[in-house]
Design a protein around this ligand. Structure first.
Ligand SMILES: [Zn+2]
Length: 294
């Protein structure tokens, strides 16, 4: 889809289409419903945007050109072109691959490195790639984090998945493949895939009809899945670390602790608790699915 992206540029509208397809792939891979926001779907896999992936490729491509022999015609041409660009008015800069990469270096605060490369001060490729990754991925992660705030359906997700990386529950599915469906239920729930609008204007929960359907309602208050929820908390109370006084916490904090790994730094210590929670959420979600299909 993006073959040769190093030397061609997509307009904003086309980039949006590519990002949309990228998000859909993230949903398909994880078996998430289509109502899940793309930002969350790729967030649980730790995928950056395709734009930042393409920008990294473009900047590395530039480095490869600058490390060609000094008399190489491509290196010579690009060096002259970039020196020429330093003197252009940035607002009326012409199009083209060299100009595009030149603009990227200032977008990501890498102008000094580009200047050094241009004048023959070539640093090691690994140092250069690290600098690119830090700057490009750092910017992408910051944007991802900020944009999560735009979705009210992702409040819980933002509170339990604080960084752009493979979600904790997919790690559990990796080490316990027999629990994959249960882990998928947790991921589906935290990214808002547990919400089915009733089609009515007030979007009330179809199971209990007591409140607006939302992730918060489903986890904290829905009477339609109350039995499954209570059963899970009873099981959890038996094995959680008593020093955290889990049972005395309000319901939203209980869920936050359970969905974000319960503060365990040691993964193997958390695993049994994780399986219990995944089983509980799986039962809750399945009950809701069966009810809503009726
Ligand atoms: Zn309900």
């Amino acid at each position: 889809m993006l073959y040769g992206i190093e030397v061609w540029e997509l307009c904003d509208a086309d980039m949006l289409k590519v990002e949309t397809a990228h998000d859909q792939m993230a949903r398909n891979i994880q078996g998430l419903p289509s109502n899940v926001a793309g930002l969350a779907a790729r967030g649980t896999l730790g995928w950056t945007s395709l734009e930042s992936w393409a920008d990294q490729r473009r900047l590395v491509f530039l480095f490869d050109i600058f490390t060609l022999p000094g008399d190489n015609i491509y290196r010579e041409y690009i060096t002259r072109r970039i020196i020429h660009l330093y003197n252009w008015n940035k607002d009326i800069m012409p199009d083209g691959p060299v100009n595009m990469i030149f603009k990227l270096s200032s977008k990501y605060g890498l102008s000094n490195i580009l200047h050094d490369l241009c004048f023959g001060n070539v640093i090691g490729k690994s140092v250069y790639k690290r600098a690119i990754k830090k700057s490009v991925v750092g910017r992408d992660t910051d944007l991802w984090d900020i944009n999560l705030n735009l979705y009210s359906s992702l409040k819980i997700f933002k509170s339990v998945a604080s960084s752009l990386e493979l979600n904790l529950w997919w790690h559990l599915a990796d080490s316990k493949p027999e629990c994959r469906e249960q882990c998928r239920s947790v991921v589906t729930t935290i990214v808002g895939g547990c919400v089915w609008w009733s089609g009515s204007k007030d979007n009330v929960c179809r199971m209990c009809t007591k409140d607006k359907d939302s992730v918060e309602h489903f986890l904290y208050a829905c009477e339609g899945v109350k039995n499954e929820c209570v059963e899970m908390f009873n099981d959890v109370n038996e094995i959680v670390n008593v020093s955290l006084e889990f049972d005395k916490q309000p319901i939203h904090l209980k869920w936050k602790m359970l969905l974000s790994g319960y503060g365990y730094s040691n993964y193997s210590e958390w695993e049994n608790l994780g399986i219990l929670v995944a089983n509980g959420v799986y039962k809750m979600l399945n009950k809701k699915k069966q009810f809503c299909r009726m």
